[in-house]
Design a protein around this ligand. Structure first.
Ligand code: FES
Length: 248
């Protein structure tokens, strides 16, 4: 495949950025999107140019590091992570626009790399339990109803990639924050911090400059792990419950 790539280049957080155009040839349909970018970078290095900076780690769809807006969509045309997107999703001769996540709470570090430490600070403010864990207990030692266990697993699938924020016209992090809250609040092990968790994590989310939710649903559509939109409703219920309980 021969492709035209229009890639966002930005030297650092303060410098103005712009799209740069590159041609790449010999791209296999079996390559991942990141391998295609590796090919571009090899060519740039061989010709003495600076390679394109982009984030990645596991390349297996589990770490959430890869984060590209591809042709206007967070993670591109398939519902998966950028590292799990393959070039068979594109056609020979295509022009592909590649940009970083666009959100004021995710400032650009360089080229396609953004600073997502705001997510870390949301987690730090309540995404933990204080129950002593010790060695692994017997599976039936703490009974958990099956629907609650399933719900916890569903929310625990969030990999914190930030696609929800990038896809949202408001730059809202409510899907991410709700996944992290609901994952723990539904379990007995998360009960001691049930109220402080939701109050602190929502407050941190607001402090970090993420936008509010207007239920456009773009976040759930872009989420590579299928975190459902009602997760936000569940978080709002938890928040209301916590505010009532704390006021008493
Ligand atoms: S590089 Fe880890 S999820 Fe894509």
């Amino acid at each position: 495949m021969k492709l035209t790539l229009r890639v966002w280049r930005q030297q650092n957080a303060e410098a103005p950025g712009a799209m740069a155009t590159y041609e790449v040839d010999g791209i296999s349909q079996d390559m991942s999107f990141l391998e295609m970018l590796d090919t571009l970078n090899e060519e740039l290095i061989l010709s003495g140019d600076e390679p394109v900076a982009f984030d990645h780690d596991c390349r297996e769809g589990i770490c959430g590091a890869c984060s590209l807006v591809i042709n206007g969509d967070a993670h591109g045309p398939e519902r998966t992570t950028t590292c799990q997107l393959h070039m068979r999703s594109f056609d020979d001769g295509d022009t592909i626009d590649i940009e970083p996540w666009r959100a004021s709470a995710f400032p650009v570090v360089k080229d396609l790399v953004v600073d997502r430490s705001s997510f870390d600070r949301i987690i730090q403010s309540g995404g933990y339990i204080s129950a002593p864990t010790g060695t692994a207990p017997d599976a039936h030692a703490t009974p958990v109803p099956k629907p609650d266990a399933d719900s916890a697993f569903e929310h625990a699938e969030c990999i914190g990639c930030g696609a929800c924020v990038a896809a949202c016209p408001n730059g809202s992090a409510m899907l991410f924050t709700s996944a992290k809250i609901n994952h723990l609040n539904v379990l007995p092990q998360g009960a001691p911090e049930r109220e402080t968790r939701v109050l602190d994590m929502v407050a941190t989310m607001d402090d970090e400059g993420f936008g509010g939710c207007t239920l456009t649903g773009e976040c759930a559509t872009a989420c590579p792990k299928g975190i459902p939109l009602p997760s936000i409703t569940a978080m709002n219920k938890e928040w209301l419950r916590a505010t009532r309980k704390v006021r008493r």
